[in-house]
Design a protein around this ligand. Structure first.
Ligand code: NAD
Ligand code: UDP
Length: 322
């Protein structure tokens, strides 16, 4: 694929963001409203919150619909970003049958809507489709190493099946699709109790509680700041129709979870100690994206350094804890 030019798209559109009241979705809604689009935010508030989007509620360019993606819906829209799904392990494992239903039936309903309206549709897929990968860093061509019956499968296999549906709608009906494989993303508006490592460590550090390190902390993740992620998603939506993805979006710079804990302690000046907990089942040992495809086709790469992004997240959680 040859590189494409990235100009702002000033023609206002009506854009549906499912999961728009969640962490990434709220930042995406904010960006699209700022660009002058009419944004319809659809959410059932399973993990999202009205507080994440309350600053948008007065805008005439923003509409909120309380709806579950597993139920069909009829709307006139030009673009759909399908983000509706719990994303943190403790949330998606709370009601695993519901998680699979949201991923699969939600994808079918949104693809039907795209098919009916001719809208372009982007799927928020995940690095979890690679399971516990055996190839590092992971390129999009890697088919992964996922456990189909483990505790993470409701999410991993749900998202894999959603990718299948996207490509089958594309081949069978000509639906205009985009599939983003999102790697660990962090920043303001993460749910303080959702159990993800960045929010856990920062909240624990700010409250001087012990930092809960799972396993020996040598597992590797790579963390992308939310503004960079939103930029990648918008660029992907704007890419020519023939570029469907899947495309990895994430920070290629991995670090161990122990190192992350040490950085958070240093950044917050916390007195927290580190305590060990058992490693959760099927916890991937090493996950880092190969982003050369995003780099070549979308001219995208993260621009926010980890220290800077963590500082933003620390400031956010500090303001919430006061
Ligand atoms: P989040 O939990 O903050 O947001 C998800 C949103 O979807 C919430 O507002 C929730 O209420 C909503 N939702 C859940 N089930 C729904 C349903 N059945 N109907 C309507 N709305 C529903 O999570 P996030 O981190 O913002 O993730 C957004 C998307 O990005 C998800 O699809 C997730 O799988 C994907 N993703 C996120 C990450 C990450 O690191 N944050 C990594 C990979 C993939
Ligand atoms: N983790 C940890 N302590 C925590 C939360 C998570 O050590 O309090 C580890 C977890 O075991 C995993 C990594 O941090 O290896 C990232 O976990 P997270 O739930 O944020 O996302 P994942 O990448 O596993 O989906």
């Amino acid at each position: 694929m040859s590189p494409v030019e990235h100009r702002p798209h000033y023609l206002p559109k009506r854009i549906l963001v499912t999961g728009g009241a969640g962490f990434i979705g709220s930042h995406l809604c904010e960006r699209l409203v700022r660009e002058g689009h009419d944004v319809v935010c659809l959410d059932n508030f399973f993990t999202g919150s009205k507080l994440n989007i309350e600053h948008l509620l007065d805008s005439s360019h923003f509409e909120l619909i309380d709806h579950d993606v597993t139920e069909p819906i009829s709307l006139e829209v030009n673009e759909i970003y399908n983000l509706a799904s719990p994303a943190s392990p403790i949330h998606y494992q709370r009601d695993p049958v519901r998680t699979t239903r949201t991923c699969v039936q939600g994808a079918i309903n949104m693809l039907d809507l795209a098919h009916a309206t001719g809208a372009k549709i982007l799927q928020a897929s995940t690095s979890e489709v690679y399971g516990d990968p055996q190839v590092h860093p992971q390129p999009e061509s890697y088919w992964g190493h996922a456990n189909p019956i483990g505790v993470r499968s409701c999410y991993d296999e749900g998202k894999r099946c959603a990718e299948t549906l996207f490509f089958d709608y594309h081949r069978q009906y000509g639906t205009r699709i985009k599939v983003a494989r999102i790697f660990n993303t962090y920043g303001p508006r993460m749910h303080p109790d959702d159990g993800r490592v960045v929010s856990n460590f920062i909240v624990q550090a700010l409250t001087n509680h012990p930092i809960t390190l799972y396993g020996d902390g040598q597992q590797i993740r790579a963390f992308c700041y939310v503004d960079d992620m939103v930029e990648g998603l918008v660029r992907l939506m704007h890419a020519p129709d023939e570029f469907t993805g899947p495309v990895n979006l994430g920070n290629p710079q991995g670090l161990s979870i122990l190192e992350l804990a040490e950085r958070v302690i240093a950044l917050t000046g916390s007195d927290s100690t580190i305590i060990r907990h058992p490693l959760p089942q099927d916890d991937p040992q090493q996950r880092e994206p190969n982003i050369s495809l995003a780099n070549t086709v979308l001219q995208w790469q993260p621009s926010v350094a980890l220290e800077m992004g963590l500082q933003q997240a620390v400031d956010y959680f500090r303001s919430k804890l006061c």
